[in-house]
Design a protein around this ligand. Structure first.
Ligand SMILES: [Mg+2]
Length: 317
């Protein structure tokens, strides 16, 4: 997915860190467009700078890698704001650190026995599973975690409309919290049909971008659960704006990879029903992230995002 580390340095000696996406192409966007826009500016004007970065990349951006790259820069600016004010980002957003947040674990095809009881909920990734095996996978996962633990499933855009509706009808007894991205992301008509006919809530949004893209999804109620990824969707500024719209519309947000440090600050501050998704191994070079223990994850009271970077890792080239 081409995660990129962004470092923004200020004349006051503060290093702001953020993670975005877009790989080498994302790095090109940062170094050839965003860097010049930011040099000499007040780093703490995050909202204004986000709008300018969005406008500067609109002709080739709007969605995809330009916004993924911009996301990392925006996060680095929020890190600077927190460090300058000696407050964690969660406090800048009106919340406070220290409250345990329920965390769910994403697993592929089956819930390994050693993970049972370690998380507040589980999500079964079934995108590549042959159709005839879908229900048996759900059934064995439900047996493994018991009747009272929340279970969700993720199809990663690999199903079609008839499959999704048939699956949803047959999976009803297993009480799934949601079906995530069952259809290709641009099958808008398909999602409209699911909105009207699917008995299980539809989740999605990890491949949607900015408050503009999510605004359309929210207005048309294409998903019941929104999953913006703060490292891809436009950074913290975009995520806050998406939260504002979703809360007004009464639509739940459950950020993609929310237990990673970047999204966790927003969940802790803004989410009335917080649930943080387990992180991915590619973020191991971001040091100081809180671990998930006994099904919850808790932010510490550190300035900014409260992390440092392992600059010796071979993952950073
Ligand atoms: Mg997913």
């Amino acid at each position: 997915m081409g995660q990129i580390l962004i470092v923004v340095r200020t004349d006051a000696g503060i290093n702001g860190y953020g993670v975005g996406g877009g790989g080498l192409a994302g790095r090109h966007v940062v170094n050839s467009v965003l860097r010049d826009l930011l040099l000499g500016r007040d780093a703490e004007q995050t909202s204004q700078l986000y709008d300018e970065m969005y406008q500067a990349t609109v002709p080739f951006g709007r969605k995809g890698l330009a916004v993924m790259a911009l996301s990392g820069v925006d996060l680095a600016l929020w890190d600077i704001r927190g460090k300058a004010e000696r407050k964690p980002v969660v406090s800048l957003l009106g919340g406070q650190p220290g409250t345990p947040i329920p965390a769910y674990r994403t697993v592929w095809d089956t819930v390994p026995p050693e993970l049972v009881g370690q998380f507040s909920a589980y999500k079964l990734h079934l995108g590549q599973t042959p159709l005839e095996n879908l229900l048996s996978r759900i059934e064995s996962a439900r047996k493994a975690i018991g009747p009272d633990c929340e279970l969700m499933t993720d199809a990663w855009m690999k199903w079609d409309l008839p499959t999704t509706l048939a699956f949803a009808r047959e999976a009803e007894p297993y009480q799934l919290g949601w079906i995530e991205e069952p259809l290709p992301i641009d099958d808008r008509e398909g999602y409209e049909t699911l909105r009207n006919e699917c008995p299980i809530p539809i989740a999605g949004g990890e491949h949607e971008f900015t408050e503009y893209g999510f605004g359309d999804v929210i207005r048309n109620r294409l998903h019941s659960v929104l999953q913006p990824d703060v490292c891809w969707c436009g950074g913290m500024t975009a995520l806050v704006r998406i939260y504002e719209q979703a809360l007004k519309a009464g639509i739940r947000i459950c950020p993609h990879r929310g237990a990673e440090i970047w999204g966790l600050h927003a969940i802790a501050a803004l989410d009335p029903h917080p649930l943080a998704e387990s992180g991915r191994p590619w973020m191991t070079w971001v040091l100081g992230q809180p671990s998930i223990r006994q099904g919850t994850v808790t932010l510490e009271d550190e300035p900014g995002f409260g992390i440092t970077i392992d600059e010796t890792t071979p993952l950073l080239r």
